[in-house]
Design a protein around this ligand. Sequence first.
Ligand code: GRF
Length: 184
Amino acid sequence: MMKKIAVFASGNGSNFQVIAEQFSVEFVFSDHRDAYVLERAGKLGVTAHAFELKEFDNKVAYEEAIVTLLEKYDIDLICLAGYMKIVGPTLLAAYEGRIINIHPAYLPEFPGAHGIDDAWNAGVTESGVTIHWVDSGVDTGKVIKQVRIPRLVHDTIESFEERIHAAEYQLYPQVLESLGAERR
Ligand code: GRF
C-alpha cells in the first residue's frame, strides 16, 4: 500500500511545492492563515487547511484538531517542511513513527530554527541537509538520510543558502520515494 501523506508548512512552502509537484499530497496544513504556502497549494490544486494555535485554548486542543484532520484523511505519513512549531505530546502520541522533518543542516550539527545562519556564522567548510524522524526533542530524532553540502570560498550567505535549499529539493523526494509515498 502506498502511503498517504500530508505536508505541514508555516510560511513560504518551497519544499511543499517540490513535494506536491511529484507526489500525491492529501492536504497541506499551515499554522498561519496568511502563509504563502496556501497560495502555492491553490495553484497546484492541493487541499489546504489552516488554523492557528492562538485560536485554541491551549496546544493540546490545537493538536487535537490536527489529529482529527489527519484521521479524517487517513494519513500515514506527516511531512514537516518548514513547520515552525515543536510537535507536542498530543500529536506525537498519535503519530510518533509517522512524522518526518527536513532540517537545513547536518544533524546533530546546528539544530534549531536557524540551521543555515548558525552554520554560516560558525565558519564551517561544509554543512548539509537532514531528513529525520520526529521525536519529542528539537531536531533530535533518528536520521533517515542526510547529505553534505560544501561552503565554497566565494560563497555569500545567499549563495550558500541557495545551495542548501537546492539539496533539500533533491532529498525530500528521494526520501518520500523510499518511504512509499505515491507519485502523482
Ligand atoms: C527549509 O529550509 C527547511 O529545511 C526548514 O525551513 C525551511 C522551509 O522552507 N525547516 P520552505 O517553506 O519549504 O520554503
